[in-house]
Design a protein around this ligand. Structure first.
Ligand code: NAD
Length: 493
């Protein structure tokens, strides 16, 4: 059963809900395969209209005092709280994760709205008096103008909020292009933005796929692009946006390892790592997809993770006792299952096979149950490919140093975790590991909104990350003023 009915979705441009497109894609509930909405594929002209509206709105928005610019964000935060249940159900119905996971996602999004309400302090400049006698120097931050974000399917509520609140609070006009696989949550978020009191053109929503993205990347008046999604698309967007003279921050895919030392609390390590690997059906960019056991940790951890993987209740995310939902679509299910087969062909032991299992009452859903591959070849393709499904690959080393070398032997750098009771090992790991987000006795080291979301290597292209100060710096340009006011020019009063 779904809580929404299939309807054609709209864009939000210049304060109006509209769509000129005759091309639409079906949006399906991944638990049932039922069509729940149709999303428009917006053409270039409609994107140009949105940019024009944003440019017009910018003239006044940038002069609006920052204390006034954050007022709609306070209202937006209250509306998000009031409509939390409805938003979470929409996320579950279009994205598949459980209701509890959807609530958790929205909480992390709301946290960014709260932090952006501190923009009066976050965007303050710097100054020095008397850099030479009688000469002062100031650095001020000014907004860029029209900025845009392109977001992925796996966090339809949270990821747009990594960008939107900071962009508008710093005085920019913001255009969002959400994932065409999950456009319904953003429709609801924009209904709340409309009620929050932003002037027309300050926040806009355009739906679509590659052509819509290209129109944003090529439009000369879009000054900055924020992107979150897979690495090949992140690379493409970073190159095309920067070649067109725009700022770009592009977060890509991941293949996150976690190292389990023999001195770890095994019950805790397994519980946390199972949630990291199988939570959100493994479709988190911070999901652990490789567990590396060191020395004696192998035996106990393997036995425990098999038990957890086989006992996890999989099903429709709005059913109360379900802890893991489906993957996003049929293509994704087929790809994941194919990669499991590839792992086996490369010599891995299929310790838990989550393929080919039905869920009662949801026979058409895109379900892959938790899967565990043992003794995965570190040089094999499966060890390096992002699976983005509920599949945990296991590897083993004799020492911490070898485990760190394995962790660093990959292209991605979104997250690495360590489970241990040794402070020394934790320091060694934190110091040497080549990743931007580190978890010690944690499985999803998602930075709070007041820290940057620090992917490295092929998990990030750019220099300033999403959230907080990085977001404020990304959406502002610095202007330095050096000034001299000789006394002899002053009138005597
Ligand atoms: P995706 O790259 O397929 O799509 C992301 C966005 O890019 C969508 O809005 C889509 O419409 C657009 N897009 C897709 N192909 C395009 C193309 N050829 N040209 C222009 N635009 C295009 O990603 P997805 O499947 O929606 O999301 C899953 C991916 O996102 C995973 O790789 C995951 O690791 C990654 N992700 C990363 C982070 C992070 O913080 N690093 C966070 C969440 C998700």
């Amino acid at each position: 059963m779904t809580t929404t009915s299939a309807k054609q979705l709209l864009n939000y441009i210049g304060g109006q809900w509209e769509s000129v497109s005759s091309d639409h894609l079906d949006v399906r509930n991944p638990a049932t395969a039922e069509v729940i909405a149709e999303v428009p594929l917006s053409p270039k002209d409609e994107i140009a209209e949105a940019v024009t509206k944003a440019k017009e709105a910018f003239k006044d928005w940038r002069m609006t005092p920052v204390g006034d610019r954050i007022q709609p964000l306070f209202k937006f935060k209250m509306l998000l709280e009031e409509r939390l249940d409805e938003l979470a159900k929409t996320i579950t119905n279009e994205c598949g994760k459980t209701y509890k996971e959807s609530i958790g996602e929205m909480r992390r999004g709301i946290e960014n709205v709260e932090v952006a309400c501190g923009t009066p302090i976050l965007m303050q400049g710097q100054n020095n008096e008397d850099i030479a006698r009688g000469i002062d120097e100031h650095m001020i931050r000014q907004p860029l103008g029209v900025v845009a974000a392109i977001t992925p399917f796996n966090f339809p509520g949270m990821i747009p909020l990594w960008f939107l609140p900071y962009a508008v609070a710093t005085g920019n006009c913001f255009i969002l292009k959400p994932s065409e696989k999950v456009p319904m949550t953003t429709q609801k978020i924009f209904e709340l933005l409309e009620l929050s009191g932003f002037p027309p053109g300050v926040v806009q929503l355009v739906n679509g796929g590659k052509d819509t993205v290209d129109a944003l990347l090529d439009h000369p008046d879009v000054r900055a692009i924020s992107f979150v999604g897979s690495t090949p698309v992140a690379k493409y967007i970073y190159s095309r946006a920067t070649a067109n003279g725009k700022r770009a921050q592009c977060q890509g895919g991941a293949k996150n390892p976690a190292v389990v030392l023999p001195d770890a609390d095994m019950e805790m390590a397994t519980r946390i790592l199972a949630d990291s690997a199988f939570g959100c059906a493994g479709q988190r960019c911070l999901a652990t997809s490789v567990a590396i056991t060191v020395g004696k940790a192998k035996e106990e951890f393997t036995a425990r993770i098999i038990e957890d993987a086989t006992s996890r209740r999989v099903g429709y995310g709005l059913d109360e006792d379900v802890v893991m939902g489906p993957v996003i679509n049929d293509a994704s299910k087929t790809r994941i299952e194919g990669l499991v087969e590839k792992g086996v062909a490369e010599g891995a032991n299929l310790l838990v096979d989550g393929r080919g299992k039905e869920v009662d009452g949801f026979r058409n859903g895109y379900f892959v149950h938790p899967t565990v591959l043992g003794d995965v070849n570190p040089q094999g393709e499966i060890a390096r490919t992002e699976i983005f499904g509920p599949v945990l690959s296991m590897m083993h080393t004799a020492t911490v140093e070898e485990a760190i070398a394995l962790v660093n032997n990959r292209n991605y750098g979104n997250q690495a975790c360590l489970f241990t009771s040794s402070g020394y090992a934790a320091r060694q790991f934190r110091y040497a590991v080549d990743a931007g987000n580190i978890g010690i006795n944690l499985g999803v080291a998602a930075p709070m909104a007041f820290f940057p979301f620090s992917g490295w290597n092929d998990s990030f292209f750019g220099d300033l990350h999403a959230q907080a100060r990085h977001g404020v710096e990304f959406y502002t340009q610095t202007k330095v003023v050096v000034e001299r006011w000789p006394q002899e020019w002053s009138r005597q009063f």
